[in-house]
Design a protein around this ligand. Structure first.
Ligand code: MG
Length: 384
């Protein structure tokens, strides 16, 4: 029997590529789909893959669906994705929801004891402690879909924790790599959305430009692999061919290489522990010729420092960091905040907010919400 997969956030970049992987794999089938509001593409996916169970966060957008496709069981409203996870039979959940909105479904998946293919790094940034608590009671595998963490997961599989000295996350550096702080003043959303190597959604593309994406990934790696913040390095690697490295106590440095194509980590997570063929070009290192690396400039890209500081301050601070960043990125995309204002807003909110670690999902929601309010005020202060 094939492995039955629920894809949350199926109309986004990761969701669409996951469906491509599933279409080519006799071992996988889709049983549930969810989206925020793009009901047109969701309906097409449901028809194409014969899926009867879906969730749509935007209840208004979902109204037209039942008339068009009466046999479809549609859950709507906030929490619809988590309800889908609780209500239907499945073997694995891919969470590719963007932002804090993905946390509830992550918790629901782990509470059900289902393996979680995780592309929603914000789940761990905002609710890392809650996730750890559930997994202490029910050990459930989390299979990272983030390319760096998929690489680290594969590199670490055969290593004892005592053999690992540090993790090295690679970063493309984004479109503004090499610019000084002063050269980042007048960046427009269009410039920030033009990512050199990875093809991704808007939120993560802006996060890649500010390096906040790497900051969130430091926190994600800490939770996934139990490594301390001082032992997670960041290395700028513009080619995005080395996806991450593991430094071992005997001096060995293990690397994971491949073309930057999200179908590879998606396929790995969905087929785990088996491997399946993915139609990506063969990486020809002789043709590549050389690989370039440099240290990140933490003055021009303060997001790395902010994320590391928040990580060390604890799970309340990382939840606040994520909320403030989501609000700031949104404001930047709407031209209400200049590019450099994103990190300023995050830093100000981190200083103002109560950062007591949430003990329940409800407390995480409250903390996230209060940080968003502070961030909106900070946006007005720093905005145009
Ligand atoms: Mg990544």
């Amino acid at each position: 029997m094939s492995r039955r997969v629920i894809i949350l956030g199926s109309t986004g970049s990761i969701g669409v590529q996951a469906l491509e992987v599933i279409a080519r794999s006799p071992e996988l089938s889709v049983v549930g789909l969810s989206c925020a509001s793009q009901v047109g593409p969701l309906l097409e996916q449901a028809v194409a893959y014969g899926v009867d169970d879906v969730a749509v966060a935007d209840a208004g957008a979902a109204e037209s669906m039942s008339a068009l496709y009466p046999e479809l069981r549609v859950r709507t409203g906030a929490g619809a994705a988590a309800r889908l996870v609780r209500e239907i039979e499945a073997d694995l959940v891919l969470n590719a929801i963007v932002g804090f909105a993905g946390l509830e479904a992550t918790l629901a998946t782990l509470e059900r004891g289902l393996p979680l293919a995780l592309a929603n790094k914000e789940s761990l940034v905002s609710g890392g402690g809650l996730v750890a608590e559930i997994r202490r009671q029910t050990p459930v595998p989390i299979l990272p879909v983030d390319s760096e963490h998929s690489a680290l997961f594969q590199l670490l599989e055969r290593e004892a924790p005592t053999a690992v000295r540090s993790l090295v996350l690679t970063a493309s550096g984004g479109p503004f790599r090499g610019r000084s702080l002063g050269q980042l003043e007048e960046i427009s959303p269009e410039e920030a959305l033009a990512h050199p190597t990875w093809n991704m959604g808007a939120k993560i593309t802006i996060d890649s430009a500010t390096l906040m994406n790497k900051g969130l990934e430091i926190i994600e790696a800490h939770h996934l692999f139990g490594v301390g913040y001082d032992d997670i390095e960041v290395l700028i690697h513009p080619g995005s061919l080395v996806h991450s490295l593991v430094r071992l106590v005997d001096g060995a440095l293990l690397a994971h290489l491949g073309h930057p194509d999200m179908r590879v980590p998606i396929s790995y997570a969905l087929h785990y522990p088996r491997r399946a063929e993915v139609a990506v070009p063969r990486l020809d290192l002789a043709e590549v010729g050389r690989l370039d690396f440099s240290r990140p400039d933490e003055e021009a890209f303060p997001a790395l420092r902010l994320a590391r500081e928040a990580g060390k301050a604890g799970e309340g601070a990382t939840c606040v960091l994520n909320a403030a960043n989501e609000v700031a990125v949104h404001a930047f995309l709407e031209r209400r905040l200049p590019y450099l204002g994103i990190a300023q807003v995050v830093e100000e909110v981190l200083h103002q907010a109560d950062t007591t670690p949430p003990q329940t999902y409800e407390q995480a929601v409250e903390l996230d919400l209060s940080a968003r309010c502070l961030a909106e005020t900070a946006v007005s202060r720093n905005g145009r």
